[in-house]
Design a protein around this ligand. Structure first.
Ligand SMILES: Nc1ncnc2c1ncn2[C@@H]1O[C@H](COP(=O)(O)OP(=O)(O)O)[C@@H](O)[C@H]1O
Ligand SMILES: [Mg+2]
Length: 285
């Protein structure tokens, strides 16, 4: 299921007043099964872009297509409902929205609200808790008794319980320790590779972009400044400079080695494994 933005402009309604445009003439196509990172300065429109993908921000002009369903200024409620289920949104610090007495009740809330019988919802809860790498017995604990990383996983499990085809996440690693963040991103990468789940996430960390994302969207002032493959982005230092994006550590090391030995490797290295291979193939080690 792909996401298409066709000339989308959007603003926020604040009572009777409308904010300035937060999305400007956005054209985008996010292909099924891809892992896309959205980057850019604070206030660039990253969160707004995500919200427009699941009907939380309605275009003022243009339309968003998710599969065959449409979100445009006519606000077709039926389509928006389907899209909310198909496109699972994980907000920044999603654990702040946990509320039920038990993890199980929290996870079952969404499906039950969408008309899934309770027994089936409980079965789904058992599946998704496993998907996020937690034990069954956590289902009967209070979400408030869990660690930060566990809470984050439970919150993500609650979104997975709606069985979305697309998962969009606003800085899913924010506030977690490095290992907790790595665990979450690895889970996402596995769902993307093993289940073909389409993933779109906002991140500030170019090391994560290099390691996990196939494609990158650079947002600037509500516009899509670039939409490119990850490897292409990190081979274009001009583009990185233009948008003040960091060079990933492994790429920085590659450039340093290349300068030192006066040789350019044929590929841009995005992981330690890539770099090791380039060094061996280039006869450097
Ligand atoms: N609920 C809102 N009401 C009005 N303006 C908003 C709202 N949310 C975001 N904005 C404005 O939209 C612009 C883009 O914000 P946002 O999408 O949150 O950027 P980012 O996620 O890249 O930091 C900013 O100028 C911000 O002030
Ligand atoms: Mg944001």
């Amino acid at each position: 299921m792909e996401i298409i933005f066709d000339n989308v402009s959007a603003d926020f309604q604040i009572g009777p007043i409308r904010s300035p445009l937060v999305l400007h003439s956005v054209h985008l196509k996010i292909k099924t099964g891809t892992f896309t990172a959205v980057v850019g300065h604070t206030g660039a429109g990253k969160s707004s872009l995500l919200k427009a993908m699941n009907g939380l921000l309605i275009p003022k002009e243009g339309k968003v297509l998710v599969g065959k369903k449409i979100i445009d200024s006519r606000r077709n409620k039926k389509d928006i409902k389907v899209i909310r289920q198909k496109v699972g949104m994980v907000f920044q610090f999603p654990e702040s929205q946990l509320f039920a007495e038990t993890v199980e009740k929290d996870i079952c809330f969404g499906p039950v609200n969408f008309g899934v019988p309770e027994k089936l919802a409980k079965e789904i809860a058992r599946n998704v808790i496993k998907m996020v790498g937690l034990d069954n017995d956590i289902l009967f604990k209070s979400p408030f008794s869990l660690s930060g990383g566990q809470k984050r996983r439970v919150a993500i499990a609650g979104v997975l319980a709606m069985e979305p085809d697309i998962l969009i996440l606003d800085e899913p690693g924010a506030g977690l320790d490095p290992q907790g963040k790595k665990d979450i991103l690895t889970l996402l990468k596995n769902w993307n590779q093993d289940r073909g789940m389409t993933i779109v996430l906002v991140t500030h960390d170019m090391n994560d972009v290099a390691l996990y994302a196939d494609d990158v969207i650079i947002m600037e002032k509500g516009r899509v400044a670039a939409h490119t493959e990850t490897r292409t982005l990190f081979s274009n230092n001009e583009l990185l400079n233009q948008y003040s994006l960091d060079v990933p550590d492994v790429r920085r090391l590659q450039m340093k080695i290349e300068k030192e030995i006066g040789l350019t490797f044929p590929h841009v290295c995005l992981s330690v494994e890539d770099l090791a291979e380039a060094l061996i193939e280039g006869g450097v080690v």
